[in-house]
Design a protein around this ligand. Structure first.
Ligand SMILES: Cc1ncc(COP(=O)(O)O)c(C=O)c1O
Length: 440
């Protein structure tokens, strides 16, 4: 069904150039498997698997069926002091999938909520242990942790922060980003250069007093900033510094969780265990909004003191552990296991990286980055018009090549389906190459 002028006007779209979009709207009406269909009946191959969300493909029959059944059985149940059976079922499944030290899971509705929940848990954890002076939070430049006030404050993407800069959380600081094209450009997977950048945390511990810092939050491999894999040895060093100062380490795995790097979680993939993991996107294959914050037992146990009838954490959302979302989550985890999805992703990661690095010889390309099934091709910006080239590629792919390719400014970002077919990927990348060849 087409969208009327009135409908277009009524919708204030997120992270979108609304006026430009509304001149030539790019609107999807349905999806199946690896393809979208637009309102005017065109089929588009989705190279971003939703928004890093839909690794199993769209409208997966098992998840659709689970949601349909659940919504007709228990549509909603109060979640405070009473709960629903499906949320417990999903919690256990998530913990079974998580690395062994993780033991509890707190449900949210999005990545932003997972991040703000994790930051609050970190602050309350220290207070519960008698270290309430640990109030500082540390993020990283170019980090993306969603758009709520906590996540925005620890985030390090300038356009997302600058309008609100005077209202960000106090007591937040940032370590340096891990990407420096002079040293890291065209690295395949993790760059060899850059482990020493973790020492920036030691510098901030010196500046603020390590015993005043509650937590450090990083994406183990940054996604929205344009796919920045961690340098070899970097995450290990961050962990060591956190241990030295009693700082909690939070991995924001909203993108990297549930198979995106070819393992259940990036913590497993890199072999570095944080204290808290935030997740969302792949938890329900993008079908119903849901996130989860996963903690190690020492975090949970710190709260389980005092009178038993007292609420231990004054935090939660009306829709935390929503039964329909939880049913979607259980069906998603079932499908991952039955179809061997994470193994498929691990196998595809090598060929996918090779395809992307085929752009390395292009005169408009200044970097190619990849880790697992996350990839980026960074184009040189047009003189005086940063972002214009990337946006042109996005639009021409949509209109001329029947492809959904996301750009963040001049960086083309790729998040293929975890079960993508290698031939489809190859064909799609060849079509993007045609577009990149033809732009000025
Ligand atoms: C690492 C990370 N954290 C948090 C978020 C925010 O998630 P949401 O948009 O679901 O609030 C995102 C979204 O892309 C993300 O990539």
């Amino acid at each position: 069904m087409a969208v009327s002028a009135g409908q277009l006007d009524a919708h204030w779209m997120p992270f979108t150039a609304n006026r430009d979009f509304k001149k030539a709207p790019r609107i999807i009406a349905s999806a199946a498997g690896h393809y979208y269909e637009t309102v005017d009946g065109r089929r588009l191959y989705d190279l971003f698997s939703g928004l890093w969300t839909t690794g199993l493909g769209h409208c997966h029959p098992k998840i659709v069926e689970a949601v349909q059944k659940q919504v007709a059985t228990l549509d909603y149940a109060i979640g405070f002091q009473v709960s629903n059976n499906r949320s417990f079922e999903l919690a256990e499944r998530v913990i079974d999938l998580a690395p062994p030290p993780f033991s509890q899971c707190f449900f949210t509705n999005s990545g932003s909520e997972s991040v703000d929940t994790a930051l609050k848990i970190a602050l309350a954890y220290h207070r519960a242990r008698g270290e309430g002076h640990r109030t500082r939070l540390i993020g990283r430049e170019r980090g993306y942790h969603g758009v709520n006030f906590g996540g925005m404050s620890v985030g390090g993407m300038v356009p997302n922060r600058k309008v609100f800069s005077a209202s960000l959380l106090p007591g937040v600081d940032h370590i340096r980003a891990t990407c420096d094209l002079e040293h890291t450009a065209f690295s395949r997977g993790q760059p060899e250069w850059g482990a020493h950048l973790a020492d920036d945390l030691e510098r901030l511990a010196g500046l603020h007093g390590g015993d005043n810092i509650a937590a450090v939050i990083v994406e183990p491999a940054a996604g929205s900033a344009g796919v920045l894999p961690p340098p070899v040895g970097y995450l290990e060093r961050l962990r060591e510094i956190c241990d030295r100062h009693g700082i909690l380490l939070i991995f924001d795995e909203v993108i990297t969780g549930f198979g995106r790097v070819g393992a259940s979680f990036a913590a497993d993939y890199f072999g570095v265990m944080p204290d808290i993991i935030t997740t969302a996107k792949g938890l329900t294959n993008g079908v119903i909004p849901m996130g989860a914050v996963i903690v190690q037992s020492h975090v949970y146990d710190a709260f389980m003191h005092g009178p038993e009838a007292t609420v231990e954490l004054f935090h939660g959302y009306t829709y935390s552990g929503h039964p329909v979302a939880a049913a979607a989550g259980v069906a998603t985890l079932d499908a991952y296991a039955e179809e061997g999805t994470f193994g498929q992703a691990a196998e595809l990661a090598g060929p996918f990286g090779e395809l992307l690095h085929g752009f390395a010889d292009h005169d408009k390309v200044i970097d190619v980055r990849n880790i697992g099934l996350m990839g980026a091709v960074e184009l040189a910006p047009r003189e005086g018009k940063p972002g214009a080239r990337g946006m042109e590629v996005h639009k021409r792919c949509f209109w001329e090549e029947d492809l959904v390719v996301r750009n963040g400014m001049d960086t083309l970002q790729f998040s293929p389906f975890l079960n993508a077919k290698p031939d489809d990927l190859e064909a799609a990348i060849a079509r993007i190459r045609r577009v990149v060849d033809s732009i000025d």
